[in-house]
Design a protein around this ligand. Sequence first.
Ligand SMILES: Nc1ncnc2c1ncn2[C@@H]1O[C@H](COP(=O)(O)OP(=O)(O)OP(=O)(O)O)[C@@H](O)[C@H]1O
Ligand SMILES: [Mg+2]
Length: 256
Amino acid sequence: MDQPHPHRNPMPAPALVATDISKSFISGIVKIQVLNKLSLSVLPAELTLIAGPSGCGKSTLLSIMSGLQYSDGGKVVALGEDLTGASMGELEKFRLRHTGFVFQGFNLFTALTAIEQVELPLNYLGVGKHEAHERALEALREVDLSHRANQFPAELSGGEKQRVAIARALAKKPQLLFADEPTSALDASSGSTVINLLHKIAREHRTTVLCVSHDPRLIQHADRVLAMEDGEIRRDWRTESDFDINEHLHATKGIH
Ligand SMILES: Nc1ncnc2c1ncn2[C@@H]1O[C@H](COP(=O)(O)OP(=O)(O)OP(=O)(O)O)[C@@H](O)[C@H]1O
Ligand SMILES: [Mg+2]
């Protein structure tokens, strides 16, 4: 007999809920309405991809849903907490405790080795030195980079740098992981390694992963895809992706 789909029966409570989010920017004398009463909810423990053309408002939406930026109107509830009325300090605390970020430009410190990059946020969280080191090593192992632990960013390829950034986010064991164009600076092979790592993290760590990208190649690797256009969600569908990241990492070793 078929097993019921874990997300359909019963439907888990969403990890992120945005309701009627509006956001506009003033550019000179022109007001640009980027998000127009947009609503969506993101289910836990899966990779949700928001895909859409450049300029449609993906990064703006991601930053509002992750507590990096305020909306003009509407409400965001993340892990049951209402972020809408939170102060900047409260949002910072929320992000430190519950979220990890992966960006297009990797955002690594040039003077730190791979393992030091991963240890850094754990130090901020007050994790002891020994435990931080062990957790950082484990996170690097998970992205298949233990052998690069002592390299500096300048000595790593783009794909490897992004995997360090993922390890840094992962070591915090966040419930929410946000990725903005995580594959845009990478070639196709490194890009697919990265998106599949994010998928694996969602499945194996039960992390809610919200990724935004204009790269349609990522669609097949997500559990759910929301197509965005002109500040609105136009389509919302599920894929049946089942990709073995360990096989993929093994097959592409040496290419990065
Ligand atoms: N801080 C800002 N000030 C003024 N305009 C902004 C600001 N941030 C974003 N915008 C405008 O809002 C619109 C949406 O930007 P956003 O970065 O969310 O798009 P995007 O979908 O992420 O695009 P891309 O795929 O190129 O990253 C754009 O027209 C952009 O110029
Ligand atoms: Mg963007």
